[in-house]
Design a protein around this ligand. Structure first.
Ligand code: GAL
Length: 748
């Protein structure tokens, strides 16, 4: 039988590697995986300070070791240049920090206690992608994903690939390729059986065959009443593969979806229906903790992208991301453009070989995810390299002929070797184009970029980013411009049927090298800050959602008379999906405005803008008197479905704490985010409130980051992590301005 068990507990960590750790058990720092080798401050750190070797040890014995089983360890991700030793014997090395590797532990395994040692290197070794040049992100040393102990029969299922066929026809087909590990002839007859089940468990189809070779491909045809996997109905079917003989019994279950996904010169089609891609780029990093966040933190990011922001796609810039994240994208219906590690630089021979290996490992790990619709097989923004990219494309097509390839570039007229011309179009940063002095062009037409004389499948994979970095706490006028840039770029994309859509740079701010960002080691390029708190621009996305399900009304203002240059709040953009907005200022100034389709004709939901024309001459006089309160009423079908007010005299009144969830699992590294808000008298965040606060936590919890922090723009955010100790976890928040607050979580 197969067993795959978490192997994350009871590791010892050594911040300094010494060779004796390979064969000698030492008392290190007790840790549980995922683990970040060097915790970092929020900003202004020296990113070179953790460029060194680290080590992990784990002592274990396999109590019920079965000599008929084969044992191995699976590392989902460890950064980087990893070397694994068991009882002093070197078992394997794996250079890449983003792809999984499996190591057989059969041979040196003793019946008593075993010593496992993992040595890894936090330096940016130029021999390994993405390193060798500058990169605009950090890679965080550590065994930062899960490790699993796998035990399977001597002959077992190594891999499954399920390809769907005739998906848009009534009778659909499934082709299942499986690869067997071990001797398939030892114990004949050996049989492979595939069973397809509905999510509720009822049997749909079954096929079976005797196997005599390592690989076998079986077809299931005539599948009827199958629902398509779609972003609104992400239905996953269970495919079980069973390998049996007299002595062998191995079984794995994969989830699959039936869908078609195709980029064409006339846009993207999901299940034959046109879908405008509305996406964001995600780095998998978090403040203080780098990459080492557990399952639910990964899933939360997918949920923020899908549910809060209303995105239909995420690009895993610039590497394969956590399996937890991708599994959740399958479950919630968030499309994925997945990409190999790299950033502008292409290395020499061995480096290129490693990239090919990365392409292969990424595709083999993830080919059964229905959410993944495109493989990125070019080093992000690298120059053309015919032979190299002909090879990455050929490899991708050979491994997975069902998905198209993309290769992200920022150069124009680049050699088109992929199936989709994927372009980082930062033209909006160029304000001095000849003839259009100081006018911004949101996006280019595809032929201007490709230089081709025909239209091709085309997707904008980045925009904005460094062309207009904006902090959540930036001045209101900058935020307004940030919003306007997003509005005009998305509007342009929606209006051009030769652009399949666009993916903004980026989802959340991220730590980076000194050569990028604001010098504080942060690229403030997100529509959210590093803690996933929204900036105004994020509402450009969320306001495109269906108003009946998610009414949105977000005025792009802090509502203060003197924040903007000269003063006032006009023109005032309201990001909304309402039919119209009524504004009530004080008691006697009111106006109604409708979405500005004249400026943004293509967006599903254009914003409403109040300006001087919204009010009569006489009424304008009211603005000059006392600074008053304001209320906005949002109407859909002539009924108010959302209301939002702001006060003219905000006073710090209370603190509010919310957690993403209130219970945590004790048997894994489970984290929840806590967001503390400083609020005014009607519950709005105070945008420039920066007081300090102290956090303490009971012993069954771990605070991620320092315990003395400050509100940044009225919001203080931190994560807490579970420990194996069950019971209530109390978090106390002490602030000089507000009464002390206690917040209880439960570790179960
Ligand atoms: C792109 C790059 C991203 C990020 C972005 C900032 O050129 O692909 O990784 O650096 O610029 O705008």
């Amino acid at each position: 039988m197969r067993e795959i068990l978490p192997f994350n507990d009871d590791w010892r960590f050594f911040a300094k590697f010494t060779p004796d750790l390979i064969h000698k058990k030492q008392p290190g720092q007790p840790v549980r995986l995922p683990h970040n080798a060097a915790d970092l401050p929020y900003n202004y750190f020296d990113e070179n300070s953790w460029h060194q070797k680290y080590c992990y040890q784990k002592s274990f014995s396999l109590e019920n070791k079965d000599n008929n089983q084969v044992y191995s360890l699976i590392f989902d991700g460890a950064m980087a240049n990893n070397k694994v030793y068991l009882n002093g014997t070197h078992l394997t090395s794996h250079t890449n920090g983003y792809t999984p590797f499996e190591v057989s532990i059969g041979e040196p395994l003793s019946d008593g206690e075993n010593l496992l040692t993992v040595v890894l290197d936090g330096s940016e070794n130029p021999e390994i992608p993405p390193f060798g040049g500058l990169i605009d992100y950090l890679t965080y040393a550590g065994i930062y994903r899960d490790v699993w102990l796998k035990s399977v029969p001597k002959t077992s299922i190594a891999e499954i690939k399920a390809e769907t066929l005739n998906v848009l026809e009534r009778q659909k087909s499934l082709i299942i390729w499986s690869k067997i590990h071990g001797d398939v002839k030892i114990d004949p007859p050996m049989t492979v059986t595939h069973t397809l089940r509905h999510p509720e468990g009822n049997l749909i189809a079954e096929t079976s065959s005797v196997i005599t070779e390592q690989e076998i491909t079986l077809h299931i045809d005539g599948l009827v009443d199958i629902e398509l996997w779609d972003i609104d109905n992400p239905i996953l079917y269970n495919l079980t593969t069973h390998l049996t003989s007299k002595d062998i019994d191995d079984l794995i279950t994969t989830t699959i979806g039936f869908r078609t996904a195709e980029f064409t010169p006339k846009g993207f089609f999901l299940n034959g229906k046109s879908l405008q891609i509305l996406g964001l780029n995600r780095h998998q990093s978090y403040p203080y903790e780098g990459y080492a966040m557990g399952r639910r933190a990964q899933e939360k990011d997918a949920e923020i992208l899908k549910y809060d922001l209303g995105c239909n796609l995420v690009r895993t810039s610039h590497y394969p991301q956590s399996p937890w994240f991708l599994d959740h994208c399958d479950r919630i219906g968030l499309l994925v453009f997945e990409e190999i590690p790299g950033w502008q630089h292409i290395g020499e021979g061995a480096w290129k070989e490693r990239t090919l290996d990365n392409v292969e490992r990424m595709i083999r790990r993830d080919w059964n995810h229905p959410s993944i619709i495109l493989w990125g097989v070019r080093i992000n923004e690298s120059h053309d390299d015919h032979d190299f990219y002909a090879e990455t494309n050929a490899l991708s097509r050979k491994l997975d002929p069902t998905r198209q390839t993309g290769g992200v570039r920022y150069i124009t007229d680049s050699e088109f070797l992929e199936d989709v011309y994927t372009m980082n179009d930062f033209i909006q940063g160029n304000e001095e184009l000849p003839g259009v002095n100081h006018q911004r062009i949101p996006l280019r037409k595809q032929r201007e970029v490709t230089g081709l004389n025909k239209s091709v499948p085309y997707l904008v994979t980045e925009f904005n980013g460094h062309t207009f970095p904006t902090k959540r706490t930036d001045h209101e006028q900058r935020q307004v411009e940030h919003v306007e840039r997003y509005l005009s770029i998305l509007d342009k994309a929606f209006g051009d049927d030769e652009i399949s859509g666009c993916i903004g740079w980026c989802f959340a701010d991220y730590n980076t090298h000194k050569d990028f960002g604001a010098g504080d080691r942060i690229c403030h390029h997100g529509v959210m800050d590093m803690f996933r708190n929204p900036k105004f621009a994020s509402y450009v996305y969320s306001s495109q959602k269906n108003p009946y399900e998610h009414p949105i009304l977000k005025p792009v203002t802090y509502w203060a008379r003197g924040e903007r240059n000269i003063g006032g709040v006009l023109p005032l953009i309201i990001l909304t999906n309402c039919d119209y907005i009524e504004l009530q200022y004080g008691s006697d100034l009111a106006a109604t405005e409708y979405p500005r389709r004249d400026i943004y004709p293509n967006l599903p939901h254009a914003p409403v803008i109040f300006d001087h024309n919204s009010f009569g001459e006489e009424e304008m006089g009211h603005w000059k008197k006392n600074w008053e309160n304001v209320t906005f009423n949002g109407f859909v079908d002539d009924e108010v479905i959302i209301c939002f007010s702001m006060v003219g005299n905000p006073v710090a009144s209370r603190m509010e704490v919310n957690a993403d969830w209130r219970w945590l699992k004790s048997d894994e590294n489970d984290e929840t985010r806590l967001v503390v808000k400083a609020l005014d008298q009607i519950g709005n965040v105070l945008p420039y409130f920066d007081d300090p606060l102290t956090i303490s936590i009971t012993e069954n919890g771990r605070l991620i980051g320092p315990d003395l922090i400050n509100f940044r723009g009225g919001i203080a955010t931190f994560w807490v992590r579970s420990t194996p100790l069950r019971g209530p976890m109390d978090i106390t928040i002490l602030s000089p301005r507000f009464p002390t607050m206690s917040y209880r979580l439960y570790v179960i």
